[in-house]
Design a protein around this ligand. Structure first.
Ligand SMILES: C[S@@+](CC[C@H](N)C(=O)[O-])C[C@H]1O[C@@H](n2cnc3c(N)ncnc32)[C@H](O)[C@@H]1O
Length: 247
């Protein structure tokens, strides 16, 4: 059963859409609330306050700035406390929407937005875009940082992400090699032994890119770090001259 509500949290607009059969409270079958709680949120916010963006997030922002942000709307899926969104607003984006599966980040996100004087340009919603893509409007730019590795169905998630990107899509993911596959397996065994339902995934990078490219985007940036890799894609038709019909 779907449950919807609109909240105004410290000035940050919140639209909550929780599929109670799947996600929230006692029925969070994939264990996101357990994994991404207030302590994790506080850690992210403190780290951002002290040291700014992590290197991978900074690379993603640099790619988008390079392509031009003027007035762009940004949708960040799994955006945590909203650090990337704050940077993009500071560099010329007009507004941002954050989608999350949990509400644990909201207090810290609100505080950061308030301090940066950006709260009126940031919206937060609790919705799984992969499960209910029709609930979310399209934006110029879509961002996913360290998110695909937390979601089992990368095909559904990246299809929804690409379909909601009018111009650009950028996402980060771990590489898939024997090291990451072994670590992922060990991590997931640890979660199972501790009775946690959360799992991580080292999805195949080429297949993830193929999903986005299959939705009309083309890859124009890639960075292959040992821990995180970044892919930047542009909508194939964006900015191309419109072909006139023959008379
Ligand atoms: C490892 S955290 C990363 C948070 C933030 N992007 C960062 O890098 O600091 C992954 C986040 O993705 C969110 N997430 C995973 N799948 C999602 C989905 N389908 N829709 C929205 N959020 C999602 C989780 O709730 C979690 O907060």
């Amino acid at each position: 059963m779907a449950q919807q509500a609109r909240l105004l949290l410290g000035g940050v607009h919140q639209r909550v859409h929780a599929d109670t059969a799947d996600m929230s409270g006692c029925c969070d079958s994939r264990g996101y609330n357990d994994m991404f709680g207030p302590r994790f949120a506080r850690h992210l916010a403190t780290r951002y306050r002290k040291r700014g963006l992590d290197k991978t997030a900074a690379r993603m922002v640099a790619y988008l700035v390079d392509r031009g942000l003027d007035g762009a709307s940004v949708l960040e899926i799994g955006g945590g406390v909203g650090a990337i969104q704050l940077e993009l607003l500071g560099q010329g984006a007009s507004r941002t929407t954050n989608l999350e599966l949990v509400d644990a980040y909201d207090t810290d996100a609100t505080n950061l937005a308030e301090k940066a004087g950006m709260r009126d340009r940031m919206t937060r919603s609790q919705v799984d875009i992969a499960a209910t893509p029709g609930e979310v409007e399209t934006h110029d730019i879509v961002v996913l940082h360290r998110v695909v590795c937390c979601y089992p169905d990368y095909e559904r998630l990246l299809t929804a992400a690409a379909d909601h990107a009018k111009r650009l899509l950028v996402f980060s993911h771990p590489p898939r090699n024997w090291v990451t596959r072994t670590l992922t397996r060990l991590e997931n065994v640890g979660f199972r032994l501790r009775g946690k339902s959360f799992r991580t995934f080292a999805h195949p990078p080429a297949a993830m890119v193929a999903v986005a490219e299959g939705r009309g985007m083309h890859t124009e940036y890639s960075y292959r770090g040992p821990v995180w890799q970044v892919v930047g894609l542009a909508r194939a038709t964006y900015g191309r001259p419109v072909e006139l019909e023959a008379p």
